[in-house]
Ligand binder design. Sequence first.
Ligand code: UD1
Length: 338
Amino acid sequence: MNILLTGGTGYIGSHTAIELIKAGYKIHIVDNLSNSNIDMLDRIEKISGTRPEFTNLDLTNQKDVKHFFERYNDFEGVIHFAALKSVGESVKMPLKYYKNNVVGLYNLLTAIKNHKINNLVFSSSATVYGTPEILPVTEESPIGYTPSPYGATKQMCERIIEDFTSSLATFEAISLRYFNPIGAHDSGLIGELPTGTPNNLMPFITQTASGIREKLSVFGSDYNTSDGTAIRDYIHVSDVAIAHVHAIRFIISNNENIHHKVNIGTGIGSSVLEIIRSFEKTTGIKINYHLTDRRAGDVEAVYADVSYAKELLGWKSIYNIDQMTKSAWIWEKALRNL
Ligand code: UD1
């Protein structure tokens, strides 16, 4: 069964490629390599024993997308990762984000329609909930205001998929709303590759530990939480990857005309200080950090109700926080030759 992965050389895409190959799927990756490296294919091959088919494709180029699907038209389903994901950059360059994330999806759906592909798994985000009023967050929670263009693109893409699904009797989609994916593959061969100064907590911690950053700023210590720092639902990237295998298997075998939305988290909230302590415990390295002001736009606490993922897809996470922080460090060490 042939599955198309857009953005398959990226952080979550590459981990998913490995899990799909392990599960027996044939995959074809398309990526424009704007935020990833072609050597990812060697790494996927090394880990899984299979080299995925690859085409360098920019989804915002409608002509190229059309040609690609004319050439390759045997896809049973599509998993759509290709998108830009830096919250801060999206505020500075909103048009870049709307073009890449929204126009990219538009071109992909046009091809999906023309080639009668019936199954789509979409990379969404917990950011669609904005500031949730009730915790844990269920899929029934209202879509809230998201201050960043990045968050707005995820909301818009979900809406487009919703309307697209309603318009085609045989089409089914699943939007996976990821909470905070962190960590790296057990092999230490693939992981997150942030460009420039990381915005996210985990790569900032590993880069502080490896000496690239001098000090970690903990944003906010006056939240109404047990230790005053903000709470998130961190989930190991391989757990997120396996969720995609469950999702694509589910929609291919289930012929319903529905757009499902599913939370992908562990259901457990951890504070920033708990993540730092876990990292220090599993690696034996002290993190140089200081408590600073809250970061604009940050929410006090967000964690998932994950019961629907279990019910619909038969999936739940396996890795705990210590395994997540440890794997992140193994990857960082390999990357920096430490
Ligand atoms: C953000 C995005 C989310 C995106 C995710 C992964 C929002 C609302 N959410 O989540 O859509 O999917 O990134 O790309 O924009 N922190 C520090 N010091 C740091 C970095 C972070 O204390 O140097 C804290 C933050 O204040 C936050 C927690 O660590 O409390 C997690 O931050 P981060 O990793 O950036 O993820 P989110 O902001 O939760």
